[in-house]
Write a protein of this length. Structure first.
Lengths: 610, 406
């Protein structure tokens, strides 16, 4: 074929034309072979991926019970109403839906627009729709063409019992939480425990997700189950039983409610089980289960009384007079004092160096020793005791008694407080730039000392329980599936650094505070049971004093220790003490009531055979 | 006009029938699981249209070419009138006014225009006394082509408009223009592509000058060529801005469908998945999951070849390509044997039309051509397409039968 400017002959043209056709054929063949032979495997895989959707099956979250099996946290159904765009009937669906949901049609329309995934899939219009509305949807479905509803489970907490201080709440997993978990058992979009028990026991409570394989069309329409891959079953969450007693919890929150702010913790010293735990002011954990209105969230987070602050766990306060038991114990153990030693008389205050440290009773206590110093809570006695001990000795005993260290309660986020010693003061003020006089404040529970409610309660549990401290804990039983419930055994945390003789004396002090004639809480004495404890008034540089009381009963064999702090409320004996008494009353009444019940049952004559 | 049936090229007819039947099967599969009953009618409609097409075919085979020779320019004028009319009286859909609607039947005059241009150009090149390389000849034929093209671009319908210059080019070739001139005529297009990078363009221009030096096609021609190349090379960036968004998008997604898998590139990706997943033997009729589950869009029209690929695999593809190639080669031979330039031109025109649609459509499904909306002859659903295709086959068969007469 000549390649020049001359005309081609017919035959040449035919050949060239056929060559073009063959070229086209070749190119098509090349394309086909490339796709159907070389890329076949990966393209086949993609064709499968297109049509198989992997759906997670989310199991129900484990329930949380109180010690008697009453429900504290469970799951309730939440209904989401959606519209399938392609099935909507103009002028019928939306107006009807608007009446039912109480939303106006424009609002519904915009929700559909923003939530729409495809015309064939439901677009969410409103979450957490009340059951009555759903019932109407179900019954009168012809009125609402294109409207569907889906049910999902949402966490529900017993209301008005202050349980949120230990349950915490759940929410959608955040970026940081995803990173931390290492994506081992959670995915984006999962619900995860955010605080409290929900967070600490999240692994147990959440169970494990299952997987369903379904076949879909390009529209997202579900065709059906993918028969070639069987679904993986979900494992439901494990239930847990707490040592909490709802009746005591109720008594606690009712007692604390009259005051603005504070916290209460009630522990059984024989096991360390927490019987009640409240923080005031508080919030309703149920609000986190639905969608929180922005206004509500703003109100809560900007509230100056800090309802989100969990006082028993994170509130740090000067221990005040209740710490005197420890000071006395340290003094006895170190041999600095004896049961009958007394110091200079209390005449309302004590001069140390160039400072005058006052006693809470301006008239003074006169000369007191040991148990009576506790009974009347004489500051001057303890100032002198503190001086004799010194900062570091005192701090050492505090450390051995569990202060300045977390108690290890099974809740996340415990604040460990502050137990200052000379090293601390050196760091803070500089070596040689602080006075030994600081120990005076420490001895009576002021100064830099900071404790949380659990540490306080735990200490007293040790005192009334022969020096044996069990780790405070909330969870009592875990109900693993297909086996007997696992009981969480009481864990010996440590023993108080006091000899039995010292302990006896300290317990006598506790008894005298209520039962003694000069006891600072003698107004709590009652005829039904023997109550003991210690009052406290923590000075608060920011405002009024905080009111402390730790109570224990019955004294011969203590079953319950209650530690309460009421912020900015004045003298311990006036505010916190009666509060604790109410709670212990409730405990005792319940116990007596049950005893009476059992006695009554025993007294019932058996139906004798005729 | 009795036909001597033994002299009719039955092989070609059988090949065309086979392709039509395959087309019916594919359309049936394509709409079998469709989500509305309207769409499920496609299968029956295609069957009816095939019947009509075959009647038209039979008619055409019996008609003498003298008829077309005589009425060519009239037919051309008629087509132009219709093209103008549709801009005013036609129905608009998706932004373009391409059709006349008569109830459920849509008629696009651009299809008629394709046929009219074939006739007009065939006649022109058959009887013109102008030498092959005369500028006048080139200019006049271009004008014949440009008028309907501009009208079609006004609708707008870029995809269909592309066919016309290709027809002209094919007939330039067939009427004797040597390859050198053909290459030079194509060069501005290459310049357009090369201009995307200035180094490439510089190299290309260098090669062009070397080529001109060796072939020396004449000063006027060379000058025009060079000017045209420079023009397309420099105007290209400017033109880019004036394209409508969807056209820009089409070009971009053609270059890389992955960049927009949910949008325009989606079709190409899905088409490749469907075809590739068919493998050697295919998934079987009615069993293509991509087809069945609606993942393949426009599967009964533009992407019918993908249905073939998914359900019949490589062997199905080879069969169809083979049948098409068979028809094309036979047609070219028929054109070569014709003693009448007019008839021969018509056959080449018809073949070019079918070949162009074939490569554009199949190329699109395989991923190396942009999405254009051109139907695949015989296979794609569409009444007009089927009738037009069989008309062209009719012309080819008639030419084959009558080669002795002319």
């Amino acid at each position: 074929m000549r390649f020049g400017r001359e005309k081609l002959s017919i035959t040449e043209r035919v050949r060239l034309a056929i060559a073009v056709v063959l070229l086209v054929v070749l190119v098509s063949l090349f394309g086909l072979v490339k796709l159907q032979i070389f890329q076949h495997r990966q393209l086949y895989q993609m064709s499968e991926n297109n049509r198989i959707r992997v759906l997670p099956i989310i199991p129900k979250r484990g329930l949380i019970y109180d010690r008697e099996g009453r429900v504290i946290a469970d799951n309730r159904p939440s209904y989401t109403v959606s519209v399938v765009p392609v099935e909507e009937v103009r002028y019928r669906t939306l107006p009807q839906l608007s009446i039912l949901l109480g939303l106006d049609t424009l609002h519904i329309r915009s929700r559909i627009q923003s939530n729409m995934v495809s015309r064939y899939q439901p677009a969410a219009v409103r979450r957490d729709v009340p059951f009555e509305a759903v019932a109407i949807l179900e019954e009168q479905y012809t009125r609402f063409p294109g409207v569907t509803y889906q049910m999902e489970r949402v966490r529900q907490y017993a209301a008005n019992l202050g349980v949120e201080s230990f349950t915490g709440y759940v929410g959608e997993i955040s970026e940081e939480e995803l990173q931390e978990s290492g994506m081992n058992y959670v995915r984006p979009g999962n619900v995860i425990g955010k605080k409290g028990l929900e967070k600490k026991y999240d692994r147990i409570l959440r169970g494990s997700e299952g997987t369903a394989y379904i076949e879909v069309s390009a529209n997202g329409q579900i065709i059906g189950e993918y028969t070639e891959k069987p679904p993986i079953k979900a494992v439901p969450g494990t239930d847990i039983t707490l040592s909490i007693d709802i009746d005591l919890q109720r008594a606690s929150i009712e007692a604390l409610d009259t005051f603005c702010c504070g916290g209460i913790v009630a522990i059984d010293p024989r096991s360390g089980g927490v019987l009640a735990m409240v923080s005031n002011p508080t919030y309703d954990a149920n609000i986190f289960s639905g969608v929180i209105p922005e206004s509500l969230w703003q109100a809560i987070s900007s509230d100056t009384t800090h309802p989100l602050l969990n006082r028993p766990l994170k509130g740090l306060y000067p221990p005040g007079s209740p710490i005197k038991l420890l000071t006395l114990g340290a003094g006895l153990e170190e041999g600095v004092v004896t049961p009958t030693t007394s110091f200079k008389s209390c005449a309302g205050g004590y001069q140390f160096g160039n400072r005058f440290f006052g006693c809470w009773k301006p008239e003074g206590h006169g000369v007191l020793h040991a148990v009576h110093a506790i009974e009347e809570s004489c500051d001057v006695y303890f100032y002198q005791l503190g001086v004799a001990l010194g900062v570091d000795k005192l701090s050492h005993y505090m450390d051995l008694s569990g202060f300045g260290r977390p108690t290890g309660i099974d809740l996340p986020g415990e604040e460990k407080g502050l137990n200052p010693n000379s090293a601390y003061y050196d760091r803070r003020y500089g070596q040689g730039r602080w006075s030994r006089g600081l120990v005076l404040n420490n001895a009576i529970g002021q100064g830099e000392l900071l404790v949380n409610l659990f540490q306080m309660a735990q200490f007293y549990c040790g005192l009334v329980n022969h020096g044996v401290v069990y780790r405070p804990h909330l969870v009592h039983m875990i109900h693993y599936p297909n086996q007997l419930p696992e009981i969480v055994a009481p864990e010996l945390a440590y023993k108080l650094p006091f000899s039995p003789a010292t302990l006896r004396l300290l317990n006598e002090g506790i008894r005298l505070v209520v039962q003694g004639e000069e006891g600072t809480a003698r107004h709590l004495k009652n005829a039904f049971y023997s109550l003991g404890g210690k009052t406290g008034t923590a000075e608060n540089p920011h405002g009024e004093n905080h009111s402390w009381f730790v109570g224990a009963a019955p004294l011969d064999s203590v079953e319950i220790v209650v530690a309460a702090i009421v912020e900015n409320a004045g003298h311990g004996s006036e505010v916190a003490a009666p509060l604790v008494a109410k709670i212990i009353d409730a405990y005792m009444l319940k116990k007596e009531g049950m005893k009476a019940l059992m006695l009554a049952e025993d007294a019932q004559p058996e139906i004798s055979e005729q | 006009m009795m036909l001597k049936y033994r002299e009719v090229d039955w092989q070609l007819i059988v090949a065309a029938l086979l392709l039509s039947v395959i087309g019916i099967l594919l359309v049936m599969s394509a709409q079998h699981y469709a989500d509305s009953t309207f769409k499920q009618d496609y299968f029956q409609r295609q069957l009816i249209w095939l019947g009509i097409a075959l009647i038209v075919f039979a008619l055409i085979v019996h008609l003498p070419f003298r008829l077309y020779d005589f009425s060519a320019y009239l037919f051309y004028a008629f087509a132009l009138i219709l093209l103008i009319l549709v801009l005013f009286a036609g129905t608009s859909r998706m932004g373009s006014t391409r059709w006349f609607s008569f109830g459920a039947i849509n008629f696009a005059p651009s299809d008629l225009a394709k046929l009219a241009l074939i006739f007009a150009l065939s006649r022109f090149f058959a009887y013109t006394k102008l030498p092959t390389t005369s500028k006048r000849r080139l200019a006049l034929s271009s004008l014949l082509m440009l008028v309907p093209v501009l009208l079609i671009l006004k609708q707008p319908d870029l995809g269909t408009a592309l066919v016309f210059p290709v027809l002209l080019f094919a007939l330039w070739f067939w009427s004797g223009l040597s390859p050198v001139y053909l290459i030079l005529i194509l060069s501005p297009l290459v310049s357009l592509i090369a201009a995307s990078h200035w180094i490439a363009w510089a190299v290309y221009l260098g090669l062009l000058f070397i080529f001109l030096f060796f072939c020396r096609p004449g000063t006027a021609f060379s000058a025009i060529t060079v000017l045209a190349n420079l023009a397309t090379g420099t105007i290209m960036p400017l033109m880019w801005g004036r394209l409508a968004d969807y056209q820009k998008q089409r070009i971009l997604t053609f270059l890389d469908p992955g960049t927009d898998p949910r949008g325009a590139g989606y079709q190409i990706i899905q088409s490749k998945i469907a075809i590739g997943s068919g493998g050697l033997w295919g998934k079987g009729l009615l069993k293509g999951s991509q087809t069945r589950l609606d993942f393949l869009p426009e599967r009964h029209t533009d992407f019918i070849f993908s249905v073939l690929g998914e359900e019949f695999g490589l062997w199905g593809g080879l069969l169809v390509i083979g049948l098409f190639a068979f028809i094309f080669i036979k047609a070219i031979r028929i054109a070569g044997r014709s003693r009448s330039k007019f008839v021969s031109n018509i056959v080449i025109g018809a073949t070019t039309l079918l070949l162009f649609q074939f490569i554009v459509n199949v190329g699109m499904t395989l991923g190396f051509m942009p999405v254009t909306g051109l139907p695949l002859p015989f296979l794609s659903y569409g009444g007009t397409s089927l009738v037009l295709t069989w008309t062209l086959i009719g012309l080819i068969v008639a030419a084959g039968y009558r080669w002795q007469e002319y």
